[in-house]
Design a protein around this ligand. Structure first.
Ligand SMILES: [Zn+2]
Length: 168
């Protein structure tokens, strides 16, 4: 676990304050942090002055050593650390996803936990909606992968997006 201090400012009342935030989460040992990403509390902060809810996204690495998956959340032009990550021999057999949207992090965690085929998920999004960039995997159960877009849910049969799925 690594962390650093960030300044947060509230868009509602303009107050600023410092917070400590985790920059790496190791899913295999930091289970409660992983859960907080999945329940969407991880990036959420409350303004100490006015109580306004702020979604605070910053450059962040999610590391799943069991499934050998890395998800790098890249905010702004800050990509040097991702290049270093790619050259790090410790992660050479990991699958690396680079994302620029914090909501996608939850999606990729579910995709790797349930051994889903991410390219197939992307295909499904395209079929379901033209503005599919707003659609995310929100939950997975025994039969369905649930995608959400503007508070509307779409269920896709899990067997269609399973890594072992074949058309025949
Ligand atoms: Zn505020």
């Amino acid at each position: 676990m690594n962390s650093r201090m960030y300044e947060i400012d509230c868009a509602h009342c303009q107050s600023k304050w410092m917070v400590k935030a985790e920059t790496i989460v190791n899913a295999t040992i930091e289970y409660s942090l992983k859960q907080s990403i999945l329940d969407e509390s991880f990036f959420k902060r409350k303004c100490k002055n006015c109580g306004n809810t702020i979604y605070f996204y910053y450059s962040f690495l999610y590391c799943d050593t069991k499934n050998k998956v890395l998800v790098a959340l890249k905010i702004k032009e800050d990509s040097k650390w991702i290049e270093q990550l790619k050259m790090n021999s410790h992660y050479k057999d990991f699958e690396l996803y680079e994302i620029e949207d914090g909501v996608q992090l939850k999606e990729l965690i579910l995709v790797s936990d349930y051994n889903l085929d991410y390219n197939r998920i992307l295909e499904c999004k395209k079929k379901l909606q033209h503005q599919y960039t707003n659609m995310y995997v929100d939950a997975v159960d025994e039969c369905y992968v649930w995608m959400v877009c503007n508070e509307t849910f779409f269920g896709i049969e899990i067997r269609h997006v399973n890594k072992n799925y074949t058309n025949v």
